[in-house]
Design a binder for this molecule. Sequence first.
Ligand code: IMP
Length: 443
Amino acid sequence: MANVIVVGAQFGDEGKAKVTDLLAKNADVVVRYQGGSNAGHTVVVDGETYKFHLIPSGILYKGTICILGPGMVIDPKAFMAELDSLIKRGLDDSCLKVSASAHVTMPFHLTIDAAEEDSRGSKKIGTTKRGIGPTYADKCDRIGIRVEDLLDPEVLKAKLEWLVPKKNVILERLYNLPPQDPQKIFEEYVAYGKQMAKYVCDTAALIFKSVRERKNILFEGAQGTLLDLDHGSYPYVTSSSPSAGGACVGAGVGPTIIDRVIGVSKAYQTRVGEGPFPTEQFAELGEKLRQTGTAWAEVGVTTGRPRRCGWLDCVLGRYAVRINGLDCLAITKLDVLDEFDEIKVCVAYRDCKTGEVHKDLPSMAGAFARMEPIYKTFPGWCTSTKTCRSYSDLPPATQQYLNFVAQELDVPVAIVSVGPKRDQTIVIEDPIHGPKRVLSKAH
Ligand code: IMP
């Protein structure tokens, strides 16, 4: 029995879904604990590509309980569309569960997200416009609508009659947009409630029962550490807690049941949306990273926006190790670096205002935007790693690169991914049962 959290160690889009898929094979329960349809998780199985936004990728394994946890925000329209398309492709929904306490993204959340974003001008965050921020804002304001409300027409009607006029003030007065009709929303969302009812339950109780039965539980993070509301590059963050601590709150479990935390990082760095990105590469180099390999083209799964690309940043990697208490790393998309003559890794920052050198992140606020990367340069391996299936198959220069990253971050690299397919994976050491190194070293 092992309960494992998989988190993104960067700005999201690290290839977490492939790692989750690998580990889900031995999981009895897979839980999404935060975020909503802003996530885009891609898994390739037998030549078929599956893109998940709300539903845990564990649904690819028949009989695995898949949970949308209380910490999530769920757009019922997006949920039903995603589920319908998965069912049409032959996937089984009999083990899918949705938390009654998860919050619901309503039409006014989507409109307000887009309107707020447009109104920010040069200060925009680059949100996915999926209504995530406004849904979480209502949750914190204690005026949100929860999944359980969709199942109770009387409660839903009363809540909408109170809430929609308030939102209409914002829509009309602040953004000059048409008001929304509470009755129309009520009718549409009661219908979603009927469709979703069979999946809805107390998922935290279900997880606890699974814990007591010594089942294997996998907590699937969305987004990444640097998009965490508390620990990310605020304000250029999402509105939830993707880091490991968020798994306990968002799923409704105590931290004592967690056995391992696995961080997923690309072999380089990407970011979608706005915000500081010290190792970002522009022009040819960034474009080469973005375009390498058709299957790996760097565009957002949810928004189709091109991802900003750059060299791996070990300062941010060390930060992710610390914030999440990572036990080991899964390095993905290593093959994207196959054709580079030289490869750089950021090992420290120089503050361009004071000249100070920082091995660790000085502060996530203002200072982060002033950091210039200090690089160590490695020779490229200039050969394909796509068919490598063990560590010893990898070229010596690739091994050198991976060893350096493990040393810089002070955690072992347990898994390496060299392509989108399930078998394009190298397991260097057991990611679940290895020693708890983070406890034994000085960070
Ligand atoms: P929001 O989550 O839509 O509010 O967007 C806030 C920030 O997080 C923006 O910079 C988005 O581009 C980014 N973001 C949200 N979800 C993801 C994701 O799944 N991958 C990468 N970036 C994301």
